[in-house]
Design a protein around this ligand. Structure first.
Ligand SMILES: Nc1nc2c(c(=O)[nH]1)N[C@H]1C(S)=C(S)[C@@H](COP(=O)(O)OP(=O)(O)OC[C@H]3O[C@@H](n4cnc5c(=O)[nH]c(N)nc54)[C@H](O)[C@@H]3O)O[C@H]1N2
Ligand SMILES: Nc1nc2c(c(=O)[nH]1)N[C@H]1C(S)=C(S)[C@@H](COP(=O)(O)OP(=O)(O)OC[C@H]3O[C@@H](n4cnc5c(=O)[nH]c(N)nc54)[C@H](O)[C@@H]3O)O[C@H]1N2
Ligand code: SF4
Ligand SMILES: [Mo]
Length: 681
């Protein structure tokens, strides 16, 4: 019998949200490929997902609940039945609630899956329980805040519109690793003659696919944007008609802020020469429809929101927001498309409970005592390695008086610290609905293979926990599919599906959406104009705030890896062979000064911790910067810690975001080779 081909969606935290075709034989996925009918995917998957079946059916998958038998972190467990696991959790939680109140229980989760149901499945349960709430801000809320200050809820351009641009700027985005389908439109623009620029801190893989790479000093892009606007004004390259009609407050920026950003000062801040700045401003000012695609890295600084705000003003200055192919894409937000309260159920909270910022998990487990966190429930995330200040996080996870439950597909570093581990389904084993954040596609997916082992989805587990806790709301007894139906029924005021017939969603095909003509308007801000002057902001005008930095000689860039996605995909031997161990990339002059050569073991350190790496000497990294790609599982590291032992719990200027890129380190040769443990596989 021919194998069946079923549709699904890539569940990972990637802007592209690809459509998948899954070939199924004997209840197993045997091949996964890109859906040729998906408007954004068009047959192509990234190298991580090309063999997703190897993740789904990995021998490393957890198949039954586990109870800890050894010390925390040791990874020693024995299998137990689901009924026993649920009973133990409910018993412990009842005790904790009686002694300290339900806020002593903290859920912790992020984007292991982006599906709207499975990703948010814990919210109604923990609201009903009265647990602490988690502010899920590890990724890029500062980028969102910076954009919103200027553009409000104005929808981002369609990503393929970039094909109509005559100057494309990839600003702090490693699109070759993180946003490959966007590059299709970029290539089309380039073929029509548009130059493509990359603005980065070092030469990433994306530098190989652009015409020009401009390297800036980390954290100074806001000064660059203001400096470019200074030059646009000086050289008469602003679009006065557009500014008069559509923009609020450019005159005040021009008179009160831009005079402080002359090219010589901006050159000192960014490291770009005055001639280069003048050349950039001229090309940007003369382009018909320049398009900026902004990544997230430059927002993970103490000044991250302000940086993005300054960048978002540039297209206003030259009228690019009004032109087909021009403008700025930070992220696609389909606010209002889905009636998310049907899923999140904030009404299940008897009273508003305390909110804990996930970037401060180390602090929350260690210092917070109103009340002290007595139980941590982790799902869809791996904080032991992805969260900042790893030493603080691991100290917290190691607390003997902390009752930790981890719901996971693999025995991650976080799961190793659990008292109870619950096995989770992969996205091919459960139903969900997805919305992309780099395109306007939405897509529903049914389960295409049965659960591996006794694994259960997030939605199912919270239903079982609701039973165990005696919650009698019918909400918890629905299936995920029933909840998706309800969500679709109650959603989409102001939005319309384009290009495909309405049955497509039910058939598992992707549908593109757009704001309806009435809802669109010109700019969705309170004034109806682009708000360069925004009186509701603590700083009514954009300005430059210096990044935090720190007192060590090298700025640490913790960039995405090509063959991993945060800590995901590290279970895959085929992908591990492509990136064997964590490298520290350093400029040749800096390496010489430190007495280090290519391939040497080296230790990066600061006041928070130290981490062993293998050194890679490369002229693609400027002096004063070091680069580590990827977040690695600890058993793949050279020492006992990974890169986040060097990043701090400080937050961004707005949005409570992480500051992964705003840290400094020093580097020294590692102790002789004896200390060096081989990476295990
Ligand atoms: N292969 C792969 N794909 C991924 C991920 C992954 O880990 N691997 N992660 C996924 C997730 S969760 C996210 S949020 C996205 C992120 O996707 P991206 O936005 O592409 O990645 P970031 O790490 O946020 O940062 C992008 C780039 O910003 C640069 N950068 C850092 N500081 C500055 C600065 O001050 N100025 C400038 N101009 N550039 C700077 C970094 O060097 C980095 O190359 O990718 C998603 N996709
Ligand atoms: N140094 C440094 N640290 C970083 C970053 C960086 O650039 N540099 N990037 C940061 C960013 S942008 C982000 S978004 C965060 C991401 O951090 P996380 O969201 O924690 O991402 P992952 O590391 O991919 O871990 C997701 C986990 O969820 C599990 N999972 C997948 N699907 C399911 C499911 O359906 N149910 C359950 N229960 N589990 C599931 C996976 O097995 C995986 O272990 O990391 C941040 N950490
Ligand atoms: S490009 Fe992104 S969405 Fe597409 S398959 Fe790869 S990780 Fe998934
Ligand atoms: Mo992210």
């Amino acid at each position: 019998m021919a194998n069946e081909i079923k549709r699904s969606v890539c569940p990972y935290d990637c802007p592209d949200a690809c459509g998948l075709l899954v070939e199924v034989a004997d209840s197993r996925a045997v091949r996964v490929s890109g859906d040729p009918e998906h408007a954004f995917t068009r047959s192509t998957l990234c190298p991580k997902m090309n063999h997703y079946e190897r993740t789904v059916h990995s021998p490393r998958r957890l198949t039954q609940p586990l109870l800890r038998t050894g010390a925390k972190g040791s990874g020693e467990f024995r299998p137990i039945a689901w009924a026993e696991a649920l009973h133990r959790i409910a018993e412990r939680w009842r005790g904790i609630i009686e002694a300290d109140g339900a806020e002593a229980i903290l859920p912790y989760s992020y984007a292991g899956t982006m599906g709207l149901i499975q990703r948010n499945a814990g919210d109604p349960f923990f609201h009903r329980l009265g647990a602490s709430r988690l502010d899920r801000t590890i990724c890029s809320p500062a980028k969102g805040a910076g954009w919103k200050a200027v553009m409000g809820d104005t929808p981002a351009p369609h990503p393929d519109d970039v094909a109509d641009s005559d100057l494309v700027i990839l600003w702090g985005i490693d699109a070759v690793s993180t946003n490959i389908h966007f590059l299709r439109g970029v290539r089309r623009a380039r073929r029509s003659g548009a130059p493509v620029w990359l603005i980065e801190t070092h030469e990433t893989p994306t530098a190989n696919v652009v015409d020009r790479t401009f390297l800036v000093r980390p954290g100074n892009d806001g000064a660059l944007a203001l400096g470019l606007m200074h030059l646009l004004v000086r050289d008469g390259l602003t679009d006065r008609e557009f500014l008069a009609q559509h923009v609020q407050g450019f005159e005040r920026l021009r008179d009160e802020v831009l005079p402080r950003f002359p090219p010589d000062r901006v050159s000192r801040l960014t490291g770009l020469s005055v001639a280069t700045l003048e050349e950039m401003a001229r090309a940007y000012g003369l382009a018909r429809a320049p398009f900026i695609r902004v990544g997230s890295g430059l927002s993970r600084y103490a000044n991250g929101a302000m940086t993005v705000r300054a960048i978002a003003c540039l297209p206003a200055a030259v009228g690019a927001y009004g032109k087909q192919g021009g403008g700025c894409l930070t992220s696609v937000s389909t606010t209002g498309l889905f009636a998310m309260d049907e899923v999140l159920r904030p009404d299940f909270m008897a009273r508003p409970t305390r909110i804990i910022n996930m970037n401060r998990l180390g602090w929350a487990l260690d210092a917070l005592d109103t009340p002290r966190v007595r139980s941590l429930y982790v799902y869809s995330s791996n904080p032991a390695v992805v969260a900042p200040d790893q030493n603080a996080v691991l100290r917290g996870l190691g607390r003997d008086d902390l009752f930790t439950v981890v719901h996971e597909r693999f025995l991650t570093d976080t799961a190793r610290y659990a008292d109870i581990v619950l096995p989770a389904t992969s996205s091919l084993e459960h139903a969900d609905i997805y919305r992309a954040y780099g395109s306007y596609c939405i897509q529903r997916a049914a389960a295409v293979v049965p659960p591996v082992g006794t694994s259960k989805s997030n939605w199912e587990v919270f239903g079982l926990l609701a039973d165990a806790m005696g919650f009698d709301e019918p909400f918890f007894r629905q299936t995920a599919d029933e909840l998706i139906d309800l969500l679709l029924e109650r959603s989409r005021p102001g939005w319309e599906a384009v290009g495909l017939d309405p049955r497509s969603l039910a058939d598992g095909r992707a549908v593109e959406v757009r704001l309806s003509a009435e809802a669109r308007g010109a700019y969705r801000t309170p004034s109806g104009k682009i708000e360069i002057l925004n009186p509701r902001e603590p700083h009514p005008l954009p300005d430059f705030i210096p990044p935090y930095g720190g007192d060590q000689p090298f700025r640490l860039m913790t960039a995405p890896a090509r063959y991993g996605l945060n800590s995901s995909f590290r279970e895959r031997d085929d992908l591990r062979r492509k990136e064997e161990r964590p490298l520290l990339q350093m400029n040749p002059a800096d390496a010489r000064a430190k007495g280090l050569a290519d391939g040497d073991p080296a230790v990066a350190f600061n006041h928070l911790g130290e981490v062993a790496f293998s050194l890679r000497v490369t002229s693609g990294v400027p002096q004063g910067v070091v680069v580590v790609e990827g977040v690695w599982w600890l058993d793949q590291c050279l020492g006992a810690r990974s890169v986040n032992a060097l990043t701090s719990q400080r937050l961004t200027d707005q949005g409570g975001g992480s500051t992964f890129y705003d840290n400094t380190v020093d580097v020294r040769p590692a102790a002789p080779a004896g200390r060096r443990a081989e990476a295990t596989s």
